[in-house]
Design a protein around this ligand. Structure first.
Ligand code: PXP
Length: 242
């Protein structure tokens, strides 16, 4: 048995549906409060540069209303740094962001962007925000996270989720090795992207992983079974994996 695995529920796509009509419903803050009651340990929201789903007002309301930790996903820009420093969420996960992408494609190049990231990681840390770097399961990126003194890395499971058969097994091994390397260096390990009921168990079983961040699948499944039930079922699978 390894330590209980936390579930961070990403509510971005409740806002995607709301924004399709431009009104106030469905409200991502209501979804966040419901997810918390259903067993989420934290809420994740990505304030994108183009505000395509989560808005500044959502972040303000989440900061005010949540009684569980908020993990703000953000690009490494001056604008986002200022917002994070204003709200001081429990955690900030720095992600790469491209305007044209549909979702976060690939991990942050923590090694290549070292000089750009270093002051940002320092400032957020000094403000009491737990910084996480969303990276590929790659030794070079973990070594950069160590040098940046990031307390947390989130390993990108998108490639694992897309692959099948032996290729998936090989990617799972990369995730397992990366989790072990990060933990050996004192970094807390999270993972996420593309996780579903069908693929979550092997990732949840990696002993060093302490938190999974899951969004799109849970919100989609909520259409059929309700958000409380989709969160509850995911929790059950994660607990079974430990
Ligand atoms: N973690 C990070 C850093 C992400 O950018 C995302 C997607 O916004 C997720 C986790 C959740 O991915 P998904 O929506 O595919 O579950």
């Amino acid at each position: 048995m390894s330590a209980r695995l936390r579930l961070g529920v990403n509510i971005d796509h409740v806002a995607t549906v709301r924004n399709a009509r431009g009104g106030a419903a469905p409200d991502p803050v209501r979804a966040a409060l419901l997810a918390a009651r259903a067993g989420a340990d934290g809420i994740t929201a990505h304030l994108r540069e183009d505000r395509r789903h989560i808005t500044d007002d959502d972040i303000a309301r989440l900061s005010a209303d949540l009684s569980i930790p908020l993990n703000l996903e953000m690009a490494a820009t001056g604008e986002m740094l200022a917002i994070a420093l204003r709200h001081r969420p429990h955690a900030a996960c720095i992600v790469p962001e491209k305007r044209a992408e549909r979702t976060t494609e690939g991990g942050l190049d923590a090694a290549g962007q070292f000089d750009h990231l270093a002051p940002m990681v320092r400032e957020l840390g000094a403000a009491g925000v737990r910084v996480s770097l969303f990276i590929e399961p790659d030794a070079r990126q973990i070594e950069a996270a160590v040098r940046l003194a990031a307390p947390v890395v989130e390993l990108h499971t998108g490639r694992y989720a897309e692959l099948a058969g032996e290729a998936r097994t090989a990617e799972l091994r990369r995730l397992t090795d990366a989790a072990a390397l990060a933990a050996k260096n004192g970094i807390e390990v999270h993972a996420g992207h593309g996780l579903t009921y069908d693929n979550v168990i092997p990732v949840a079983a990696i002993p060093q992983v302490r938190e999974l961040n899951i969004g799109h699948f849970l919100i989609g499944e909520a259409i059929f079974v309700g958000l409380a039930e989709s969160v509850r079922r995911m929790r059950e699978l994660m607990d079974a994996a430990r």
